[in-house]
Write a protein that binds this ligand. Structure first.
Ligand code: SF4
Ligand code: SF4
Length: 397
């Protein structure tokens, strides 16, 4: 089989448009174990709803004025509108207004703490000799990086100023697709062939620095810079995501149901189509379009039922096609068979953890096996094993 090649130039026009005004939002919680809000509480835009125990992970906030209708382990559900008074004639309860924070004037630990409280994750931004800005569209069919660099450069540069304060890099490199004239202040621009999977982070780092590890390198995407730039401009918590949907890009309130975003974009999905958060190569299919958008989502994609033969659990036929396309130089067929039979240590021995999750192996698989899904499952199980081991050790101390 000829190695497949997909362009990373989506040719989608900007600027970013405002998304729908949701009637209900489901603010996703990912390890945000300290809920700071209860059912029936009134909230406003920017009200803190849950904190994350990791100082490098951003807290969660309400994107709208509304009332909390449910709090679960995975989401805070908020219905838009004013809260009702407890008794007739009494004033309606309201949330405390959120005061803006002048993050651009902060530095060091003060800046890290302020960004966390404003919903921004800073964990990847430790001191490094080189800061790489990934300015390529993440996947084929997603045009968001192109639009942000073209139409929202000033906001992206404000985000870059914050990241530079945290990383303090002597060198800042910006990766753009070959032929692009995009620049960012203070960056040395390097062009990368505009074909997938060249936009995957480890490949961008390799192309710009020659390194196959992240030693001495910090990496940030243009989408992350834009998000931080918006926080710098408004001083308010991060409660939005920018997404490519169909032929446009939208600024969407976190927790907005996927169905509402697709409707605004005029993108139809029939019951047998797959709705994917992300792009067609490495996105995750959703079980329900009621699911809320997350801060780090960059695209919604509808994969028509007839676009690809269905994924199966047929056995691997050892054709070797997956090995030929794998940029991590591992053997996806072997690794995923070990995961399938829960032999996670063996999968690790065959370098499961080197996989950069580009999705190329699954795309070419002759047997249509769900290779990327097995790889993610294997990594998850190895993480669980590692945390169980750590907690046993801690209990033994
Ligand atoms: S997703 Fe598949 S092709 Fe891509 S790096 Fe991982 S194993 Fe290799
Ligand atoms: S492409 Fe699919 S069938 Fe072929 S070796 Fe890889 S996993 Fe097996």
């Amino acid at each position: 089989m000829t190695k497949p090649s997909f362009t990373l130039l989506a040719g989608i026009g900007g600027p970013v448009q405002d998304g729908p005004e949701p009637e209900v939002v489901r603010v996703p919680l990912r390890g945000h174990s300290t809920k700071t809000i209860k059912k029936k509480a009134p909230v406003g835009p920017g009200t803190l709803v849950a904190e994350h125990p990791d100082p490098g992970v951003g807290d969660a906030h309400s994107p709208i004025l509304g009332v909390v209708t449910d709090v679960t382990d995975t989401a805070v559900i908020i219905t838009a509108g004013e809260a009702k008074p407890a008794k007739e004639g009494e004033p309606a309860p309201t949330a405390d207004p959120v005061a803006p924070v002048a993050v651009a004037s902060l530095g060091g630990d003060e800046l890290r703490k302020a960004l966390k409280a404003l919903g921004v994750s800073t964990r990847p931004f430790t001191k490094a000799a080189v800061l790489v800005v990934n300015g390529l569209n993440p996947e084929p069919g997603t045009g968001i990086a192109e639009i942000l660099l073209g139409d929202h450069q000033a906001t992206v540069e404000k985000g870059l100023e914050l990241v530079q304060k945290l990383v303090e890099p002597p060198t800042v490199l910006l990766a753009v697709p070959a032929g692009s004239s995009a620049t960012l202040y203070g960056c040395t621009v390097k062009q990368v062939p505009a074909t997938y999977p060249n936009s995957v982070n480890p490949l961008v780092v390799k192309a710009l620095t020659g390194k196959e590890t992240m030693d001495g390198v910090a990496l940030v995407s243009v989408m992350e810079l834009y998000a931080m730039g918006r926080v710098a401009e408004t001083g308010l918590p991060l409660t939005e995501a920018v997404l490519t949907v169909g032929n446009a890009a939208y600024r969407v309130k976190v927790g907005t149901p996927i169905a509402a975003v697709l409707a605004q974009a005029g993108v139809a999905a029939s019951p047998c189509d797959r709705v994917v958060v992300g792009g067609p190569m490495r996105g995750k299919a959703v079980a329900s379009t009621d699911q809320g958008v997350s801060k780090d989502d960059y695209a919604l994609t509808v994969v028509p039922e007839a676009a690809f033969p269905p994924v199966t659990d047929l056995p691997c036929i050892n054709c070797g096609e997956c090995v030929l396309v794998c940029p991590s130089r591992i053997m996806p067929g072997f690794v995923t068979r070990y995961v399938e039979f829960k032999m996670y240590d063996k999968a690790k021995e065959f370098h499961l953890e080197s996989c950069m999750e580009c999705g190329m192996c699954g795309y070419v698989c002759t047997a249509r096996r769900p290779l990327l899904q097995y790889i993610r499952l294997g990594k998850k199980n190895l993480d669980l094993q590692a945390s169980a081991l750590t907690s046993c050790r801690l209990q033994g101390e």
